[in-house]
Design a protein around this ligand. Structure first.
Ligand SMILES: [Zn+2]
Length: 309
């Protein structure tokens, strides 16, 4: 405990020296991508904000704190947002009422209007769906309601911006996180239809492959299938981003980069527990958001910005 205090004090003083914001949680941005040996002549094509695991509810003043994060993200002048899922606190537990689900999405819709000048491409998180609806024909049951609330075209989809292909997957299937057969067929075709050398960014909620998933679980259970599929497409530049863990990590396998980009909510906007390295952190990961820069040579820079709200 004492050592940690001393460390924090040293860090505070170091931050003061460089003129950074002094606060218990002020930490420099963390660059996860390998920047050694990058092509110095690469041209930036897009700048994107990746926010994930927002877990919005009225508790802990989360809406106002999220608004402050948004103001900070806007300063990065991003082209659009990617939302990695678990947008609301939780609709998936058995005891969640209709009223609670409506309320949670209402908060999100209100917050969404704070940055509706930006396009947002969302992904389904495991906590977003209300499975406890009285029956499967209920308009609020399951994925379709969430798809509508998040303005998604479908539970999985793709789009193209500049020279980059974006693929958003739905990991919420049997043996989650996993793709269902229908989605496998679709993904295989998407990749096959892309030209040689294509630049691809894949977003999932659960990490396809991770590091923090080794001690804590939570990985895609079909990583073998997906990594083998990506290996067949070595002629392309494939990068993957995820959330779910609330932990920050980076794995590289067969030249594909997998970034698990922490979470907006840290310890679900709460103060944390005995495992939190700092207030509001989940284990050793501070709450934050990611700024992704995409280049013309198929490379990307992934920078995690811890926030102190
Ligand atoms: Zn989450």
């Amino acid at each position: 405990m004492k050592e940690k205090k001393e460390f924090n004090e040293k860090r505070r003083l170091a931050l003061k020296k460089i003129g950074a914001t002094v606060g218990a949680l002020a930490i420099s941005p963390i660059v996860l991508s390998q920047e050694n040996g990058v092509n110095k002549k690469r041209k930036p094509l897009l700048k994107v904000a990746h926010i994930t695991d927002i877990h919005i509810s009225h508790e802990n003043d989360a809406p106002n704190r999220f608004k402050k994060c948004l103001a900070e993200i806007k300063k990065h002048k991003v082209d659009f947002f990617l939302n990695g899922g678990d947008t609301i606190m939780a609709a998936d537990y058995n005891n969640i009422t209709r009223e609670s689900v409506i309320n949670q999405w209402r908060i999100w819709e209100k917050l969404r209007s704070e940055f509706d000048e930006y396009k947002i491409y969302s992904c389904l998180g495991n906590h977003d769906m209300w499975w406890a609806a009285p029956d499967k024909n209920d308009a609020m049951y399951g994925k379709n309601y969430v798809i509508e609330k998040l303005g998604m075209p479908k539970r999985y989809y793709s789009f193209k911006k500049e020279d980059w292909y974006f693929i958003v997957l739905d990991s919420n299937n049997k043996n989650a996180g996993a793709l269902d057969d229908e989605q496998r067929v679709w993904l295989e075709k998407e990749l096959t239809d892309m030209p040689k050398g294509a630049s691809v960014l894949v977003m999932t909620h659960y990490p396809i492959l991770g590091v923090s998933t080794i001690p804590y679980g939570g990985s895609h259970t079909d990583s073998k299938y997906i990594t083998k599929l990506f290996y067949k497409h070595q002629d392309k530049h494939i990068h993957c981003i995820s959330g779910h863990m609330h932990l920050l990590d980076n794995a590289v396998y067969n030249h594909v980069n997998y970034y698990c980009n922490g979470s907006m909510s840290g310890f679900w906007w709460g103060e944390g527990d005995q495992d939190s390295a700092e207030k509001c952190w989940y284990h050793e990961t501070p709450p934050g958001y990611t700024i992704i820069e995409l280049f013309d040579d198929g490379s990307m820079k992934n920078t995690y910005y811890p926030h102190s709200y």
